[in-house]
Design a binder for this molecule. Structure first.
Ligand SMILES: C[S@@+](CC[C@H](N)C(=O)[O-])C[C@H]1O[C@@H](n2cnc3c(N)ncnc32)[C@H](O)[C@@H]1O
Length: 345
């Protein structure tokens, strides 16, 4: 028999968010949502400065329970682990540096340009890159709830290392999704196939994890057929970039599908590499609670701006689903969905 997602109250007191990050373990917000834009900008340091240590809460919206931090994700994850030793998040969505800004070129708007996403995207050699990957994945594993799952995106530059580290740490890989881009930039060298895909690894915290998979909802979205592991989705739409651009911005639709597939309303999501705040926007639209962090001040600012614009718009994806006659009521815990015989990799 299929079981609905438990309500927040049933999940116990750890989900009472008004108490969660108070009392100094994680600091009070320095700004509140809807504060004057000038004051928000003032609290963020320039990009030449290292991120604040310990991380600083830059944005907090109490009603939707969205928190955005400026800082190093490793520091924030250590603070959260110290306070919540049994884990606290139902899902981690991580779009880490792919380590591909290393002197190569790509095609942008028909022109050959250097691949330079920023210093954070430069490789420091395979050993150091793997060390960093291991450091943040190990910490993410600690902050996941027992049934929590992790999504990590990548290309061939980082995804094989990521898969190897995940297995070393004891994660259970549940699926590898191929995100197919309908309009990839052409390959100017004509010496390789056009790079038109990225990967997303979906993994459970460990071998015994009882993960969520909303099979019925995915099938509904896929017009009645089982959702497959190749997702053809466009790059971010122009309206996702009106407040500013991030060089590796993900489409909201991509993160939304991950969220809807593997979390329930009210679940708690963490993003260690917030960037422009795509995951925060997806959480706002779908009533998931959220904590995100980025080391680059300008990106935290952009994420804040996007969240505030989203709150002002006030539209939620689930409202639209509800209005069109179907609500998300088929969110299941793994034990139940397993009986449907569809979640075992
Ligand atoms: C691939 S981008 C994420 C883009 C994001 N998914 C979006 O849609 O905009 C990776 C981000 O990680 C940030 N970053 C890199 N190292 C970090 C660290 N140690 N802690 C926190 N953020 C970091 C970078 O500033 C960059 O914005």
């Amino acid at each position: 028999m299929k079981r609905q997602c438990p309500s927040l109250a049933e999940d116990g007191p750890t989900l009472n968010q008004s108490e969660l990050f108070d009392a100094g373990a994680l600091r009070q917000p320095t700004t509140k949502v809807r504060a004057a834009p000038e004051s928000e900008a003032a609290i963020l340091e320039s990009d030449s400065a290292p991120p604040p240590k310990p991380p600083r809460l830059a944005h907090y919206d109490e009603a939707s329970d969205i928190r955005l931090y400026h800082g190093n994700c490793l520091d924030l994850l250590d603070e959260i682990t110290a306070k919540y030793t049994d884990g606290i998040f139902d899902m981690v969505f991580a779009d880490p540096p792919y380590f591909l800004s290393n002197g190569g070129t790509t095609c942008k708007s028909g022109e050959r340009v250097a691949v330079d996403k920023g210093p954070w995207d430069q490789s420091r050699g395979l050993r150091d890159d793997s060390g960093f990957t291991e450091a943040w994945l190990r910490r993410c594993q600690r902050v996941l709830n027992p049934g929590g799952t992790l999504w990590v995106s990548g290309t061939h530059h980082n995804i094989f290392t990521t898969g190897s580290v995940l297995q070393d740490l004891g994660f259970r890989i549940l699926n590898v999704i191929v995100w197919e881009k309908p309009n990839p930039p052409p390959n100017l060298s004509c010496r390789y196939f056009t790079h038109s895909i990225e990967f997303l690894i979906w993994a459970a915290r460990n071998a015994d994890s009882e993960h969520v998979f909303n099979y019925d909802l995915m099938r509904k979205i896929n017009r009645g057929s089982q959702m497959q592991s190749v997702w053809r989705l466009s790059a971010p739409l122009p309206n996702e970039k009106v407040l500013g651009e991030h060089p590796t911005q993900k489409p909201v639709a991509l993160v939304t599908r991950c969220l809807l597939a593997t979390t329930c309303e009210g679940d708690f999501v963490f993003d260690p590499f917030l960037g422009s705040g795509t995951s925060a926007v997806a959480c706002l639209r779908n009533r998931r609670r959220f904590v995100g962090v980025d080391a680059t001040a300008d990106y935290v600012q952009l994420a804040m701006d996007r969240c505030m614009a989203e709150l002002e718009q006030g539209a939620s994806l689930l409202d639209q689903i509800a209005k069109s006659g179907g609500r998300q009521t088929d969110c299941l815990r793994d034990g139940n969905s397993k009986t449907a015989g569809v979640t075992t990799p």
